[in-house]
Design a protein around this ligand. Structure first.
Ligand code: WQD
Length: 343
């Protein structure tokens, strides 16, 4: 009998890629999503890639009764990977109560239900945003947490604290906090990928939509930072590499290898790349000329951050494999696939 894993936000960008990797590692996935920011057709892509259609329920995790019904319908869930959350930094400034309610109530409901249904492990989708602008680079897991600069970032910090407090109050489960750097790219099959609704907020979907002619021009938010070429630096990690880290985290928890009840891992490549370097690399690997212009800084942006992934490499036994060229090419192939299918 395959080990059953609940994936919340399972039709989202990272949730769908993680479902593929879990199924290919032999796990049975129960996927739930409220479809507020994703499309149920993603299940077709997952099935086409793995040959298995995940069990799926349309559920809002802030609805405790609906969530409880999932555990009743699918007994034996051994671990949860929680992706379900609102995640747009800018939107969180405009709608803070929506973000606090959605992201915190989702977590509280899941943590409440876990002991009642014998769930042994919890993987939390966190973010490098908890570090703010670090004083020293690269960032390791002991780098001090800084006051959040957005309600979105604050929900990640509060959720981490809630998990720590719950586990240290003798909750009968373990937890892993995965702090993502910048997830980009798409599955090499180009059958699943990022589906931003409306005007993309993040760099890579805006780059690929500009390359596809959907957007007339990419704006580079500032080239007057204290970096080699003046543009901001980030640690861009292939979403499939990120997904594989979740499989490693689940395996580690369920095999009893966890050294502490709550473990924290930075998931990055250890490589910083500037916005202008991303543009240059994208043009080189795709042969597509990007129309872009330099504009003013975006409020809330930090200047530069990239990971020290040593702990994840050595303890989790995971390392990002994809080159930035392969990663950007996968994003472009996905955009071309979207262009062929009428969404
Ligand atoms: C990257 C760089 C922009 C768009 C955010 C969240 C983080 C995670 C990923 C959820 C920055 C520049 C961007 C554009 C640009 N989200 N940029 N023109 O802000 O590093 O991280 O998204 O988990 O938590 O904070 O990602 O892709 O928005 O920006 O110049 O049209 O690209 O200024 O320097 P960011 P991003």
């Amino acid at each position: 009998m395959a080990t059953r894993i609940l994936v919340t936000g399972g039709t989202g960008y990272i949730g769908s890629h993680t479902t593929v990797e879990l199924q290919q590692a032999g796990y049975e996935v129960v996927s739930i999503d409220n479809l507020s920011n994703s499309n149920i057709k993603v299940l077709d892509g997952i099935e086409a890639i793995t040959g298995v259609r995940p069990l799926f329920e349309q559920v809002d995790c802030t609805d405790m009764q609906a969530l409880k019904a999932v555990f009743e319908k699918y007994p034996g869930i051994k671990a949860i990977i929680n992706f379900a959350a609102s995640k747009a930094v800018g939107e969180s400034v405009q709608k803070p109560l929506l973000y606090y309610r959605n992201n915190l109530v989702t977590l509280l409901n899941l943590l409440d239900l876990m002991p009642r249904y014998g769930v042994e492990g919890f993987v939390f989708s966190s973010s490098c945003t908890v570090y703010g602008q670090p004083d020293h680079l690269p960032v390791n897991e002991d780098t001090p947490i800084k006051p959040a600069t957005s309600p979105y970032g604050n929900t990640k910090q509060i959720c981490e604290e809630i998990i720590n407090d719950a586990v240290h109050a003798e909750a009968p489960y373990k937890a892993v906090l995965l702090r993502y750097f910048n997830p980009i790219g798409a599955h090499p099959s180009a059958l699943i990928g990022e589906l931003p609704l409306g005007v993309p907020q993040n760099l890579i979907p805006f780059v690929t939509q500009t390359a596809a002619g959907i957007r007339p021009c990419l704006s580079v938010f500032g080239d007057d930072y204290n970096t080699p070429d003046g543009s901001c630096i980030r640690d861009y990690i292939h979403v499939v590499d990120l997904a594989k880290a979740h499989v490693a985290a689940v395996g580690r928890m369920l095999s009893g290898k966890s050294e502490k009840p709550v473990e924290v891992f930075n998931l990055g490549t250890g490589r910083g790349l500037s916005v202008l370097e991303v543009i240059d690399t994208f043009q080189k690997v795709t042969g597509v000329k990007l129309n872009y212009k330099i504009v003013g800084r975006r409020e809330g942006d930090i200047e530069q951050v990239w990971a020290d992934p040593t702990r994840a490499n050595q303890v989790l036994g995971w390392k990002a494999q994809s080159t930035v060229e392969e990663t950007l090419l996968s994003a472009w192939r996905w955009q071309q696939h979207l262009g062929e299918t009428k969404e």
